[in-house]
Design a protein around this ligand. Structure first.
Ligand SMILES: *Cc1c(COP(=O)(O)O)cnc(C)c1O
Length: 454
């Protein structure tokens, strides 16, 4: 642990209570030298909740049950020589030596350890947004002239990044494929040229489930790195445990749960995460989408109840999907047996979390979608018309005209996004009976108005 640094009676760094384990446990739970973000041995990983519980627990500077927030941009050293050794890479965060918080910050590193435990990866690092996590990791993996293969059905921002920004700014091109069509994926990948296969574990907004083991096998055969956006299904799916190399997250969604913070993470092998922090070549270090330590602390406090929240999001989504289907509406939910990837998701999912907290209702036209949402929000208070997801309140948006509007009509059709698709992120406030009666009431008003024909 830290060398105790005393200077003129000031104790800069006392004996820290740095872990829950005895000395013997430290090798497992404390970051090792190679990987300062590491949670231990991913090979022993079995379940996200179990891994989070056995990850290192940081105590506060004064023995507080919560860690202290290291709210400093810069860090002092006792000897001038220490500074040289830190810049030479001889002393680093693994031994509690920090230089500057765009590089490493102890509070942000702690959240990274939690994210690595959650996803069962060797390492993780947290960023200022989901988009910065995605763009940084792709820029780290691809050089100018590089090629990627990606799913046609992606978050709108990611789709725009791959379609417009990366080709223009970096000469990195992407071939879009239907990831359900494994032959198409295989044929699109050019050995020696395709660096990355990119997809979402459960896609936005169509809720298509990716066959992560099979897609990873195809990509690895062609020498490509598999990057999976797991924003829609933390705890439910663990892509890295199913064969993916890198997992990216928008922490702004379920992991935060409060719809109050924008944040992201890259979870992956220690050598990749370390390379992203390299002083000469690191995309995170040099582009600088840094997370603030105070934000990292806030998020760290929410991760322990992520599992409970996900279970309730998923449980309610399953109940609503079943009931909405009975009303005769066209529901898309991977928990329903009629969902094309229901069995696949069941085979990949971690036990007891369910099938995700989002469902879609295809109202066919935008007008009908808008009327339904209007009734649900303004007549019965079932939820809010808002983009984003993973909030404790229910959020609804018509994807085609909002979060997927970066895709043109043809791209939307290819991605399977109907103009009347209402994406619902199921919240967990109120009682289920209360919230369901609000849905029923809104729907029957819609029918009474004669604007919805069954
Ligand atoms: C929101 C979202 C992103 C972008 O994350 P930000 O935190 O908003 O930058 C990326 N992927 C998916 C699937 C998302 O839902």
């Amino acid at each position: 642990m830290a060398e105790t640094k005393n200077q003129q009676g000031f104790v800069f760094s006392g004996k820290k209570r740095s872990s829950t384990g005895q000395d013997g446990d430290d090798d497992f739970i404390v970051a090792n030298k190679k990987s300062m973000f590491s949670t231990g041995l991913p090979s022993m990983w079995e379940d996200p909740a179990a891994a989070l519980a056995s990850a290192r627990h940081e105590f506060g500077e004064h023995g507080g049950v919560n860690m202290s927030i290291e709210a400093s941009a810069t860090f002092t050293v006792m000897e001038p020589e220490t500074m040289r050794r830190m810049f030479a890479g001889e002393l680093g965060p693994d031994r509690d030596f920090f230089i500057y918080s765009r590089h490493f910050n102890p509070t942000v590193l702690n959240l990274g350890r939690q994210m690595a435990a959650l996803e069962g990866t060797e390492a993780a690092y947290c960023t200022a947004s989901g988009m910065s996590a995605i763009s940084s990791v792709l820029l780290q993996l691809c050089s100018s002239g590089g090629h990627m293969v990606a799913s046609r059905t992606l978050y709108g921002g990611t789709h725009a990044l791959l379609t417009h920004f990366l080709p223009r700014a970096c000469n990195i091109t992407t071939t879009f494929v239907d990831i359900k069509d494994h032959e198409m994926v295989k044929n699109a990948m050019v050995e020696g040229q395709t660096k990355v296969l990119y997809f979402e574990s459960i896609s936005n907004p169509t809720l298509t489930v990716a066959n992560i083991p099979e897609l990873s096998r195809i990509a690895h055969d062609k020498g490509a790195t598999v990057v999976v956006d797991n924003t829609f299904s933390p705890m439910v799916l663990s892509p890295a445990r199913l064969g993916a190399d890198v997992v990216v997250h928008s922490i702004s969604k379920f992991i935060s749960g409060g719809a109050d913070i924008i944040a992201g993470a890259v979870c992956g092998p220690a050598n990749l995460v370390n390379s992203m922090m390299d002083l000469q070549h690191g995309a995170l270090m040099l582009l600088g989408p840094t997370m603030n330590a105070k934000v990292a602390f806030e998020l760290s406090e929410r991760i322990p109840h992520l599992g409970l929240r996900m279970k309730e999001h998923c449980h309610r989504a399953m109940v609503y999907a079943t009931k909405i289907k009975k009303l005769g509406l066209n529901v898309i939910y991977p928990g329903l047996e009629d969902h094309p990837q229901h069995e696949l998701l069941k085979s990949m999912a971690n036990k007891e979390y369910g099938f995700g907290g989002l469902l879609c209702i295809d109202m066919e036209t935008e007008e009908r979608a808008n009327r339904l949402m209007n009734h649900l929000q303004n007549c019965t208070q079932f939820g809010f018309m808002a983009v984003s997801l993973g909030y404790y309140e229910t959020l609804m948006s018509c994807s085609g005209s909002s979060t997927s509007s970066e895709l043109n009509d043809e791209e939307q059709a290819l991605a399977g996004i109907s103009p009347g698709l209402v994406r619902i992120s199921v919240g967990f406030v109120g009682t289920l009976a209360q919230k369901w009666s609000q849905f029923e009431k809104a729907f029957s008003r819609l029918q009474d108005s004669g604007l919805y024909k069954n």
